[in-house]
Each structure stands twice: as structure tokens, then as C-alpha cells.
Design a protein around this ligand. Structure first.
Ligand SMILES: Cc1ncc(COP(=O)(O)O)c(C=O)c1O
Length: 1010
């Protein structure tokens, strides 16, 4: 039977996969005994919304077909050839007994039940987290829209102009509001952004001065992350009053930078302009953590001398989400632009000279400067940056000013009332936060706490007599009365009951020299999409330029672009999960806590490890956390001298970068010609560095797409020399249920929940990179200064929020619960089978570079080196041509520069796999025409790809190509029905790097463009 004639018989085949649930069977048994339904089949009562067949692309018949094509009768025979027996785990580890499967409906009911367990307190705690108001037009058309949340990082600009434009809007918004020259396209959170700024200050000031001073008004979570990061580079962190001239004088010689919070954690607005000049005289940098809404009203840091400005952009329409995900922003002055961490979107041009956006300085990002790294950031927070940018587009400068003025005025009215009650507001001037001294009597304090509980309100408890109140856009009239009522009750007086009770004159205490006088967001894009119709159309216009999972498979190797199911995303935006401040007392978040505990337990089971920390916000952050845990472990045994980290040359760039950030010295290990790790080289290096060996980092299955049989031997070698093994879990999709990092020999691993566990990639983030560890490392898992996390010898925090990007943990939790043990095992089987099927179909046409026992793992490398010589073609030419077939190209030129790394995932059906293979085979035929001289080397279908509509519309005179328009855009018949159009022609990368422009066009530029 050919694959084309296979009919999908989900209804019948699904029965064999559908797990029963204990609860349903329980009620069914009851029904059997008490009603006359004895003859009814048990299956009749099972729900039909089983998740596994919806998540896994190929159905049973397609699986059988692929197995047959590969020469197998059974899945077991295929798996026996694919996964080495030595690393297999018993089949009873991951089953529906150990992880019961819920149907989609059951999952949603359970999520509802847990949502109800989170208390509905209103939080005005501040400390960098606010209640955001997400404009519904953005919620529905962006946040809940797979066309926005499923694309990958925009490495292929011709099919990513929409989100590139939106990220340029984000950069422009940040640089305009902060008054800085240039901003990047987001970082992970405010704490890690501050750590990046500390590193930049150190490196930019010559890497000799090691003291970094942090103002006492910086929140505790930022300080904790700075403490962690300072260790790797042996920086000295000092906390103090930066306006104390004698302190600056004392530190001056060794000072590389100073961090201030503007306004600070207690709401105070200070003037740091003289500090800036003083620091500049001594070659140190002023770093300012700030708040974008406040900067619509306050003189921006760029106008008073800050060198780096950073912060959390989430109050621009991104839910608090119990801590994240949120986009941190990061802006610098011109002199620092080429040292900026993270992704930067810049303007370039396509081959026809049209302006287009692209990732600027891209090569730097992929390799993150390996051993010379000063940052390891890769995945950032693109989706949330897009939301924040759209919020600014929607409200525009006028709308933002109004929001800021309302928040500020409410804070003023509250201050007046609180002071009228006899309490003292300690911070003036302020923007939105009041620090209130309640110390009149213990009775007052008691009454305040009682009133807070009764009104279900959280304030920031600073100490036993002081509280903080931070107001935000969400505050309604009733909220305001409730907050002021709490203070009234504490004072024992009558609360306000009507707006007419409020004094009519409001006069700000912000001195005029600290008020903003400059314009901001004057660019057209921020001034024309203010109606919902315009806004909806603008977002749709951008989305239509981008290829996402709604269009086709995204076979990016090492990225695991699987289904991000609607069911797993739905609970995210329920207020019980989205409106939760990260620092609320734990008894208000028992629903979240259950989810976190269950996810930690499931991840520990799947990795074979003992404990888990969900704090890291990305894979690279997980690497850094895992390596830091290893260092703490060595230190606890009196072996802190161990500082060597062995890393294979084929490793992802973040591996060596994270090792360097953690203060380790990287020693590369060779790989053999067959793609396997060179065990001899590993052994000799382990021996050579035996005394100082800290760790070995290995990705498994390898980045070359094979299960190496020698992994356990490699890990043994490291353990014999006193080192610990770090397993990069980016490829865990090939392991789940059949093997695990513990069995392979690892001591710690990170997982990319935004890969294996179905969190959408968001066009470049968010991500979650939890680490799982063996028992001996569990005591060192990261702590948090506000909410207790981690082990009893916990290292300091790696993220600003205690559970990192907590709200999206729901997605991975739901994914695991809905698949259940059997569904997880079936997913891995299909991921392996799909990759091997592609390898089988492409093998007659391409050089499939590595196999083990004739099989690849969940991805495969094809080597295109031969075409450079025979046809002048590079990997990029194949990638760009694939865009004409409506596919996102696979990972290009990594881990081998002449290769493509293809990963289909389990979610792609046989139809889609075949479409992809047909496209690749057709491109190979097109390449052959160049090889045999039928098509010129410099003017052919591959070199000229992609072909957007603008090229197609060229008149006959301008066309000048030795092939027809139909050959260019419809090279296969199904494209006439299934076409995705790249929106621009091939982008000129070099031009963009030489001419770095990272802002939206101005009115003048728009006016002069055609
Ligand atoms: C093998 C490997 N390790 C680590 C990472 C880093 O993960 P993240 O981008 O989440 O920081 C990646 C990301 O592509 C990867 O492929």
C-alpha cells in the first residue's frame, strides 16, 4: 500500500492507544452493578479526547508503513537497532502506571481545580512585578495565536519579516523610552540582565577592575543573581548607598561599575547625574535598572549619563504569571553597541536593494564566542517582547502618558490620604510606589494585617513596621478604596466611600529637573494603530509574513519543533494563573505549588535523577546553573580548585560559554571521523587534568544525531578522575521512556522544556531550562532570597523569580499528564521513526553523514560539501530554495559547517514527511542540473532563491533567468494548493552588519522610501 492511499482511521486505531483512567473505570464499575447496562462495552464510556493520537503525527497504519519501508516488522525490532541495549531502561519505568494519562477534557478539569486553589488576593507588592492589563486585541491575536507563538528564532529573515519588524519596534520602544542609543531584542529577566550589565562593565572597563557596587535600593532578587554571577569572574560585589561620596571614593580605584534602581525598590526617585559624571571620570560605568512606564514621566537615564539601562518590560501588557515569562530590556550607549549581549535585530537589504530586517551580528550569537564568552544568552523572551512592543504600538506615546499619569495621580491621592491618617510616607518624590511607616503601635500593625487578610490584599512587608504599596494600571476605583480602606482600618478611622471625598488638587512632588521634557515614540508605527481594527490588522499583516508551525513542519535540528497543543496553552491565561505576583505567600498558591511539585517529580522520573529545579529561564541558563551546582559540590568537599571543563568540539556554543561564565576553563575534546566522541582523547585529557577536573559536558544523543554506544564509558572515565558529568538535555526527545541521562552516566542535566516538553518557542523565547540532579547534588540546587527554594546547601539564585518562568510550566505539566507514560514512549518512538524514515528517503540523494548501526537518532545530518566544488552551491543556497517549497530550512551549518541538521519530531504526519522529502529530492535534481552544466553556476534556482512575489512580478526584460517563473515558484504540483510566499528576496547579511541600524524608520525615512 502506498502512503498516498493510506486512509486515516483514527476512530478505530485510536482505541488501541487510548489509556483508560482510573476514575472513569471506577464510576463505570459502579454503573455496571447498579444499572442494567451489563452488555455495554467498557470502551463506550471512555472519552474520545485522548491526547496521544492528536499529538503524534503518524497513526498506526503510517507507523507500520514506515517500519516496513525501513525493513522492520515491529517497533521493537526498529528500536533495538536504534538505541544501544547498554543504555536501555526497563520498560516498566515510564508507563501509564507511573504517569497516568488524562484526556484533554480531564486535564482542563484538573487545571480548573488547581486554579481554584490559588487564592484571589490582589497584590500591590511591586519589587519589579506589576499587575499588567493585557489589551484583549493582543491577548487574542498574539499571545493566544499559534502564528505568533510557534515560530522559531528568526534565523531565516526572508520568512520572518513580521516578528523581526515587531522586535525592531521593541528595540525602538526601549531606546526611545530610556533615552539610549541602542537596545537589544530582550533578555531573560531583570536579574540576569543586571548580571549581563555587570559583565559588560567589567569587560568594557578593561577586565582589571573587579569591584561592582550595587545600590541598597536594588531589589533582593537582583542582588542574589548578581552574587551568583560575580563568582564566575571573581568580581567583588558591594552593596551600599551609591550617593555616599565617601563610599565611591573608597572603591574608586577598583570600581568597574555601579548599579542603581530608578525609581528604587522603595519607590524613591534619586538624582544620579553627578554620580554618572564622577564614574565616567574614573572609567567606570553607570548601570541603571528602570521602569518603562515611569520613564514616560521621568527624565530618562540616557539624558543624565547612564551607560546601560535595563529592566522588566512586563507591565507593558504581559501578565505577572507568578514570575514570568517576561521580557527584560537592555539598552546601551553607542560606544558599547558591539559588546551587547543577546539578539539584536538590524536593518539590511535584500539582493534587490529593498530594506529588510534580520538578526544583526548573527554569527556572534550562534557560537557565543565559545571560550572567550562573556555571555551565554541564546533563547531570550521574543514573544513577550513582541507583546510589550504591541502594547506600545496600541497605546502610543499619548496613551502611555495617560496611563502613567493615572497611576502616578492615584499614588499621590493615596499618599495624601495615608498621611492624613497619621502614617508617614517615607519616600519622596515617588512615581507609583509608597513606603509607609506604620510604627504608631503594635495594635495598628495588627489591625493592618487583619484588614489585609479581610480585603484579600497583599502589600510588601518591608519590616515589622513598614510596608510598601505599588500601584499600577489595573487599579480600579474599587481597588483604590479597598487599599486606602486597609490603611484606614489600621488607623481605626472611617474609610473613604466616595470619589467626592477625595481632595481635588493633585500636585506631583517630582522636581521639575527630574521630569521628562523630551518626546518619545515619535515613529509612525507608534502613532497610527490605536483603534482595535487598525491594531488587529497590523498584527495580522506582520503575522502573514512569517512561516510558523501553522504552515508547515519546521525541521530544525536540535530545536524539536513539535506540537504546542491548544489544550496545554488554555489555562495559561486564566486569571488564577496569570495574575499572580511571584512573591505572594505560599499558602495563596497551593494550586501552582501542586503543579510545580508534580512537574518536578515527573521530570525526575523521566531523567532518572533525584531532584529538580525549575528556576532557570532557558537552556543556557540551565547549563550555567548545573555547572554552578557542580562547583558548589566540589567546594563542599574541599576541592574548589577543580576548574577544568572538558567539552567536545561539536558541542552547542552555549556549552563552553556557560562553562566560562561559571568560572571554568574549557578544554576541547575531539570527535572521530565517524562522528563519535574520541574516547582516547577524552581519556588522555581527563588524565592530564585529573587533579583539576571539574566537569565534562556532553550532549546525548550527540549533536551529530546518533546514539553513541560509548557514552557510559566516557562518563566512567570522568568519574574515575573525580569529575562530574553534565548532560545537555536538548536532545532528550530521543530518550524519554527508553533511556535517561542518569543511565547514560550523567550527574546533572538541563532540559529544554521549550523543546522536548512542548512549550512553544515563541519566535525566540520564552524558554525554560530546569536542571535535574543526582542525589549528591540535590542540596546545592538554587535558592531564592524572597521565597525559599533549593536544597539545604543551596547556591544563590540564577533567576529573578523563584520558579523562573512559572506560568509556562503549566504547558509542560499538561503535556506530560495528557500523554501519560505510554504516550510519552510512543512519542519518542515516532520521533525516532520519523527521522529514520527521512534518512531512508534522502539517502539515495544526499550524503547522510552519520549513523550508528545503520540508524540515526531523532535527527540527521546531511552533508552538502560536495556541491560547493561541483556546482558552487553552499548550505545557504539549499536552505533558501527550501523556502520556495514552503518549508522552514533545517538547522544550517551546525554542528558542521557544510551540513544541514534535520529533526522532524513525532508530531509530523507521514504526509508532511513525504512533502518535505519530495522538496529535498527536487532541490537535489535542480542542483544536479548545475553540476552537469545545464544551469549556470551563478544564475540558477538555488542561487536566486527564495523567489518572493515581487520577483515573480518582474517584467520579461528584467526577469533574465534561465528558468521559468513556474519552475521558480511552483516546482512541485502540490505547491499550487499549498504555497507560502517568502516576503522578501535573499537578505544581504554583510551589508547589515557593516551598517548597523536597529530602530524603526522615522517619518522622513518612510517618506523617502519607495
Ligand atoms: C544542544 C543545545 N544545547 C543548549 C541549547 C541552549 O538552549 P537555549 O537556547 O534555551 O538557551 C541549545 C539551543 O538551541 C541546544 O541546541
Amino acid at each position: 500500500m502506498s502512503w498516498r492511499t493510506l486512509s486515516r482511521q483514527h476512530a478505530s486505531s485510536a482505541w488501541s492507544r487510548r489509556p483508560s483512567t482510573k476514575s472513569l473505570l471506577g464510576s463505570l464499575n459502579h454503573a455496571r452493578h447498579s444499572t442494567p447496562l451489563a452488555s455495554t462495552s467498557v470502551a463506550t464510556f471512555s472519552s474520545l479526547d485522548t491526547f496521544a493520537p492528536r499529538h503524534i503525527g503518524p497513526d498506526d497504519q503510517e507507523v507500520q508503513y514506515m517500519l516496513k519501508e525501513l525493513g522492520y516488522d515491529t517497533k521493537e525490532a526498529f528500536l533495538a537497532d536504534t538505541i544501544p541495549a547498554s543504555i536501555r531502561i526497563p520498560s516498566n519505568v515510564v508507563t501509564n502506571e507511573t504517569i497516568p494519562a488524562l484526556t484533554e477534557g480531564e486535564l482542563l478539569s484538573r487545571a480548573r481545580e488547581l486554579a481554584r486553589k490559588n487564592s484571589s488576593f490582589r497584590s500591590y507588592i511591586g519589587m519589579g512585578y506589576h499587575n499588567a492589563v493585557v489589551p484583549p486585541v493582543i491577548l487574542r491575536n498574539l499571545m493566544e495565536n499559534p502564528a505568533w507563538y510557534t515560530p522559531y528564532t528568526p534565523y531565516q529573515p526572508e520568512i520572518a519579516q513580521g516578528r523581526l519588524e515587531s522586535l525592531v519596534n521593541f528595540q525602538t520602544m526601549v531606546s526611545s523610552l530610556t533615552g539610549m542609543d541602542l537596545a537589544n531584542a530582550s533578555l531573560l529577566d531583570e536579574g540576569t540582565a543586571a548580571a549581563e550589565a555587570m559583565m559588560m562593565s567589567f569587560v568594557s572597563s578593561g577586565s582589571k577592575k573587579r569591584t561592582f557596587l550595587v545600590d541598597q535600593g536594588v531589589p533582593a532578587q537582583t542582588v542574589a543573581v548578581l552574587e551568583t554571577r560575580a563568582k564566575g569572574f571573581k568580581l567583588k560585589l558591594r552593596i551600599g548607598d551609591v550617593l555616599d561620596a565617601s563610599l565611591i571614593q573608597e572603591l574608586r580605584e577598583d570600581l568597574c561599575g555601579v548599579l542603581v534602581q530608578f525609581p528604587d525598590v522603595n519607590g524613591k526617585i534619586s538624582d544620579y547625574s553627578s554620580l554618572a559624571s564622577e564614574l565616567h571620570q574614573s572609567g567606570a560605568y553607570l548601570v541603571c535598572a528602570s521602569d518603562l512606564l515611569a520613564l514616560t514621566m521621568l527624565k530618562p537615564p540616557g539624558e543624565w549619563g547612564a551607560d546601560i539601562v535595563l529592566g522588566n518590560s512586563a507591565r507593558f501588557g504581559v501578565p505577572a504569571g507568578y514570575g514570568g515569562p517576561h521580557a527584560a530590556f537592555f539598552a546601551v550607549s553607542d560606544k558599547l553597541k558591539r559588546k551587547m549581549p543577546g539578539r539584536l535585530i538590524g536593518l539590511s537589504r535584500d539582493v534587490d536593494g529593498n530594506p529588510v530586517y534580520r538578526l544583526a551580528l548573527q554569527t556572534r550569537e550562534q557560537h557565543i564566542r565559545r571560550e572567550r564568552a562573556t555571555s551565554n544568552i541564546c533563547t531570550s523572551q521574543a514573544l513577550l517582547a513582541n507583546m510589550a512592543a504591541m502594547y506600545a504600538v496600541y497605546h502610543g506615546p499619548g496613551g502611555l502618558r495617560k496611563i502613567a499619569a493615572r497611576v502616578h495621580d492615584l499614588a499621590h491621592i493615596l499618599q495624601t490620604h495615608i498621611e492624613g491618617m497619621g502614617f508617614k510616607v517615607l519616600n519622596k518624590p515617588f512615581f507609583d510606589t509608597l513606603t509607609v511607616d506604620i510604627s504608631s503601635s503594635p495594635e495598628t500593625w495588627k489591625r493592618l494585617n487583619k484588614a489585609l487578610l479581610e480585603s484579600k490584599i497583599n502589600l510588601r512587608v518591608i519590616d515589622s513596621s513598614t510596608v510598601g504599596v505599588t500601584l499600577d494600571e489595573s487599579v480600579t476605583t474599587q481597588d483604590f478604596f479597598d487599599i486606602s480602606g486597609v490603611f484606614a482600618k489600621a488607623a481605626g478611622i472611617q474609610p473613604l466611600s466616595s470619589i467626592s471625598d477625595i481632595a481635588s488638587t493633585i500636585s506631583s512632588t517630582i522636581p521639575s529637573h527630574q521630569l521628562r521634557t523630551s518626546d518619545f515614540l515619535q515613529y509612525p508605527v507608534f502613532n497610527k494603530h490605536h483603534s482595535e481594527t487598525e491594531m488587529m490588522r497590523y498584527m495580522h499583516h506582520l503575522q502573514s509574513k512569517d512561516l510558523s508551525l501553522v504552515h508547515a513542519m519546521i525541521p530544525l535540528g536540535s530545536c524539536t519543533m513539535k506540537l504546542n497543543s491548544a489544550t496545554s496553552m488554555i489555562p495559561l491565561t486564566w486569571p488564577e494563573f496569570s495574575n499572580v505576583h511571584p512573591f505572594v505567600p505560599l499558602d495563596q498558591v497551593t494550586g501552582y505549588t501542586e503543579i510545580i511539585k508534580e512537574l518536578e517529580a515527573d521530570l525526575s522520573l523521566l531523567t532518572g535523577f533525584h531532584a529538580c529545579s525549575l528556576q532557570p529561564n532557558s537552556g543556557a541558563a540551565g547549563e550555567y546553573a548545573g555547572l554552578s551546582v557542580i562547583q558548589e559540590y566540589h567546594a563542599s568537599r574541599g576541592e574548589s580548585h577543580r576548574n577544568i571543563c572538558l567539552i567536545p568540539l561539536s558541542a552547542h556554543g552555549t556549552n563552553p560559554a556557560s562553562a566560562v561564565m561559571a568560572g571554568l576553563t574549557v578544554v576541547p575534546v575531539k570527535t572521530l571521523n565517524d562522528g563519535n566522541l574520541d574516547l582516547e582523547d577524552l581519556e588522555s585529557k581527563a588524565k592530564k587534568h585529573s587533579k583539576n577536573l571539574a566537569a565534562f559536558m556532553i550532549t546525548y544523543p550527540s549533536t551529530f544525531g546518533v546514539f553513541e554506544s560509548g557514552v557510559q564509558q566516557a562518563c566512567d572515565i570522568i568519574h574515575q578522575h573525580g569529575g562530574q558529568v553534565y548532560l545537555d538535555g536538548a536532545n532528550l526527545n530521543a530518550q524519554v521512556g527508553f533511556t535517561n541521562p542518569a543511565t547514560c552516566g550523567g550527574d546533572v542535566c538541563h532540559l529544554n522544556l521549550h523543546k522536548t516538553f512542548a512549550i512553544p518557542h515563541g519566535g525566540g523565547g520564552p524558554g525554560v531550562g530546569p536542571i535535574c540532579v543526582k542525589e549528591h547534588l540535590a542540596p546545592f540546587l538554587p535558592s531564592h532570597p524572597v521565597i525559599a527554594t533549593g536544597g539545604d546547601k543551596a547556591m544563590t539564585a540564577v533567576s529573578a523569580a523563584p520558579f523562573g518562568s512559572a506560568s509556562i510550566l503549566l504547558i509542560s505539566w499538561a503535556y506530560i499528564k495528557m500523554l501519560g507514560g505510554k504516550g510519552l514512549v510512543d512519542s519518542t518512538t515516532s520521533a525516532l521513526l520519523n527521522a529514520n524514515y527521512i534518512a531512508y528517503r534522502l539517502k539515495p540523494h544526499y550524503n547522510v553523514r552519520y549513523t550508528n548501526n545503520g540508524r540515526v537518532a531523532h535527527e540527521l545530518l546531511i552533508d552538502l560539501a560536495e556541491f560547493e566544488k561541483s556546482a558552487g552551491l553552499k548550505v545557504t543556497d539549499f536552505a533558501k530554495r527550501l523556502q520556495d517549497f514552503g518549508f522552514h530550512p533545517p538547522t544550517c551549518s551546525w554542528p558542521i559547517s557544510t551540513c544541514m541538521l534535520i529533526e522532524p519530531t513525532e508530531s509530523e504526519s507521514l504526509d508532511e514527511l513525504n512533502r518535505f522529502c519530495e522538496a529535498m529530492i527536487r532541490i537535489r535534481e535542480e542542483a544536479e542540473e548545475i553540476v552537469i552544466g545545464k544551469q549556470p553556476r551563478d544564475n540558477n534556482l538555488l542561487k536566486n532563491a527564495p523567489h518572493p512575489i515581487s520577483v515573480l512580478a518582474l517584467d520579461d526584460k528584467a526577469w533574465r533567468r534561465p528558468y521559468s517563473r513556474a519552475e521558480a515558484v511552483y516546482p512541485l504540483p502540490w505547491l499550487r494548493r499549498h504555497k507560502f510566499w517568502p516576503s522578501v528576496a535573499r537578505v544581504d547579511d554583510a551589508y547589515g552588519d557593516l551598517n548597523l541600524i536597529c530602530e524603526c524608520p522615522s517619518v522622513e525615512e518612510l517618506a523617502s522610501s519607495p
